[in-house]
Every structure is written in C-alpha cells, then in structure tokens.
Design a binder for this molecule. Structure first.
Ligand code: HEC
Length: 149
C-alpha cells in the first residue's frame, strides 16, 4: 500500500514538474515580445532620448567583452524580468541574433553563464555602462548613444 502511494505521489510530482516547465518556459521570441518590446521596440530601436539604447548594429562589443557580458545579465529589464536563467540566456541570444552585426561570431549565453554572471555584484548599472562606454571609446568603438556620458 505504502509503495503504491509512493509511486502515485512520484508520478503526480513528476507530472507537475513537467507541467511547470512547460508552462513557465516560453520561447525567446515570445519573451522578447512580452518582457522587452515595451521599452526596446519591435525593431530594437529603443528610445535613446529616454535612456533606452538602440540595438541594431551596436551590440557586438558588449557581447564580445567579459565585463560587457556581465553588464548584459544585469541590465534592468533583464534583472526585473523574473525569467529563468535559461530564458534569459535564450532572450539575450535572440537579441544578438536579430540585431548584432555578426551574430555568428558571438558566443552564445548559456543558463550557467547567466547564473554565474548574475552573482557578480553590480551596485550601479549606469556606472558600469559609463565605464564600458569609456573603455570602448578609447579603442575607437562606439556603443549605442546614451543620454549620460
Ligand atoms: C522598463 C524598460 C526596459 C525593459 C522592459 C527592458 N529594458 Fe533593456 N534596457 C533598458 C534600459 C534603460 C537600458 C540601459 C541600461 C543602463 O542604464 O545602462 C537597457 C539596456 C539593455 C541592453 C544593453 C544595451 C546597451 O547598449 O547598453 C540590452 C541587451 C537589453 N536592455 C536587453 C533587454 C531585454 C532582453 C529585455 C527583456 C527581457 C529588456 N532589455 C527589457 C530598459 C528596458
């Protein structure tokens, strides 16, 4: 009897886990539409005059740089999204795929990388972006225009 109950519980539990995963994990495209499009737009143009940087052709340096990749996992819309690490990796890869100049040359994010990078303390995201702007500018590379230098 105990054995039957245990098996029934296991089956129900496994069923629930599968259902949760199916319910929670959405495609990157859908997550972009639900969680990102309000600020960044369908075309990734953002709203530079309101502090939301444009994506097209401007993302490659951030995706190719160690600190840049940490920055990407901490941008406010990503942090506040309540997406899983797996979904964040997928939506960041989706953004690169659509708007980077050379998406095939960029390393793809994995859930593990997102988890590790999100553990890094980033007390001031604007200061980090400002630092990255300066770092790239000194090398003749411009990131998306930003309202504060
Ligand atoms: C409430 C508005 C808002 C939402 C929603 C939002 N973002 Fe952002 N995003 C911003 C702002 C503002 C910045 C600039 C951050 C800063 O201060 O450095 C930014 C920066 C970025 C950048 C870096 C661009 C650069 O040049 O610095 C990426 C990539 C990005 N967001 C992706 C996303 C993704 C993916 C989502 C959805 C999961 C998302 N954002 C949702 C406002 C938003």
């Amino acid at each position: 009897m105990a054995k039957i109950l245990q098996n029934a519980w296991l089956a129900a539990c496994l069923g629930a886990i599968t259902c949760n995963v199916l319910a929670v994990e959405r495609s990157a495209e859908k997550n972009y539409l639900l969680r990102c499009v309000g600020c960044h737009g369908q075309d990734g143009a953002g709203a530079p005059n309101q502090g939301i940087p444009a994506f097209p052709g401007l993302l490659d340096p951030l995706y190719s740089n160690d600190l840049g990749r940490t920055y990407l996992t901490h941008v406010p819309g990503v942090r506040a999204s309540s997406l899983s690490a797996n979904e964040i990796a997928a939506v960041l890869n989706h953004v690169a795929q659509r708007w980077a100049k050379a998406p095939h040359e960029l390393e793809r994010f994995t859930a593990e990388e997102v988890q590790v990078r999100q553990k890094v303390e980033v007390p001031d995201i604007v200061a980090l972006r400002r630092h990255l702007t300066g770092y790239f500018r000194a090398r003749g590379i411009e990131l998306a225009p930003y309202p504060w230098p």
